[in-house]
Ligand binder design. Structure first.
Ligand code: 6CS
Length: 312
């Protein structure tokens, strides 16, 4: 049997590396084959999610940045300064989190999706046309965000004019100055050449980029026990590989950017400069609870407990 698997990035970007590892494991350990559909081959992120829910695709990688409209609780990943940016504690959090490994699968299941894993894609940085040292610097700047109501709320709280757009419109939007900035992990800033159309990279420390890998639930439930185990084993192998693969990736991507564009300005906000952004985060957390009620609050509390367990 051939399984169809779409993701939101190119074949050599993080989601593509994960997908290739999954494919390799499945094909080496069974008679199944996996057909991979990188970004652009089947449409935008929302399109590949619809195709998976409809059963046209068996597997999809979609970041919570686009799942927020479908599963409001998934927006928890956009409460600023909740997750550590990178590092062993963050990896351990993804491995052990009760919120991720037990609570979220139930929510995804309500939408016909078998959540198989979530994994980090690196510290989120802002890339902008103007220097950003404070929320005041973002005033009247159109900053592109993924189509996620809470992420919109974050950038509003950060002082910007948030502009939700699908990925395919970002490079052109920066080129034509419709938007003046965006946020993404460094590897993606490099691979998609965001640095060509922005002049500043700012480490604000407000987040890590989280993504999620899932299957169509009817398809998954219909698999034999052996095939379900095969899929889970492949996910485990790909998960371990993708964490190892990303070790040092932010740094090496930044080096590549600076080789291509030495005049790119790189700003690390100081603790003091981060303060107003951290203060803005409190209102975003309150908004998350307002949007998602008891269910969201329970997830948020569990995530905090999960984080505490790995940072002690
Ligand atoms: O910003 C985005 O829309 C994209 N960013 C990453 C790192 N992966 C996929 C997503 O579409």
């Amino acid at each position: 049997e051939t399984w169809r698997y779409a993701f939101e990035e190119a074949i050599d970007e993080v989601q593509g590396v994960f997908a290739q590892q999954f494919q390799e494991y499945i094909e080496a350990n069974s008679d199944h084959s996996v057909q991979l559909f990188p970004f652009g081959t089947l449409g935008e992120s929302d399109d590949i999610m619809e195709q998976t829910q409809a059963g046209i695709l068996q597997f999809v990688n979609q970041s919570p940045g686009f799942t927020g409209a479908l599963i409001p609780e998934a927006q928890v990943f956009f409460v600023p300064y909740l997750l550590p940016q990178e590092g062993e504690a963050l990896n351990e959090f993804f491995r052990t989190s009760v919120a991720i490994n037990e609570m979220f699968p139930e929510l995804y299941a309500q939408h016909g999706l078998e959540l198989l894993t979530m994994y980090p894609e690196g510290e989120v940085v802002m890339t902008t046309k103007q220097e950003v040292r404070s929320p005041a610097d973002l005033n009247e700047q159109n900053i592109r965000v993924m189509t996620n109501p809470l992420l919109v709320e974050s950038y509003r709280a950060f002082g910007a004019v948030p502009t939700p757009l699908p990925w395919g419109e970002v490079y052109g939007g920066l080129q034509t100055n419709m938007i003046q900035g965006q946020e993404n992990p460094m590897f993606f800033v490099e691979s998609t050449r965001m640095y060509e159309v922005t002049d500043y990279i700012t480490f604000t420390g407000h987040n890590n980029f989280t993504t999620a890998f899932m299957a169509n639930k009817d398809f998954f439930d219909g698999l034999s026990d052996d095939d379900q185990q095969l899929v889970r084993d492949a996910v485990q192998v790909a998960f371990d590989h993708i964490l190892e693969y990303q070790d040092g990736l932010t740094e090496s991507a930044l080096e590549t950017i600076l080789e291509s564009k030495p005049e790119m300005q790189v700003v690390h906000l100081t603790e003091e400069e981060r303060q107003p952004f951290m203060e803005a985060a409190a209102s975003v957390e309150a908004e998350f609870i307002r949007m998602t009620g008891d269910s969201g609050e329970a997830i948020l509390e569990q995530m905090k407990a999960d984080l505490e367990a790995v940072t002690d």
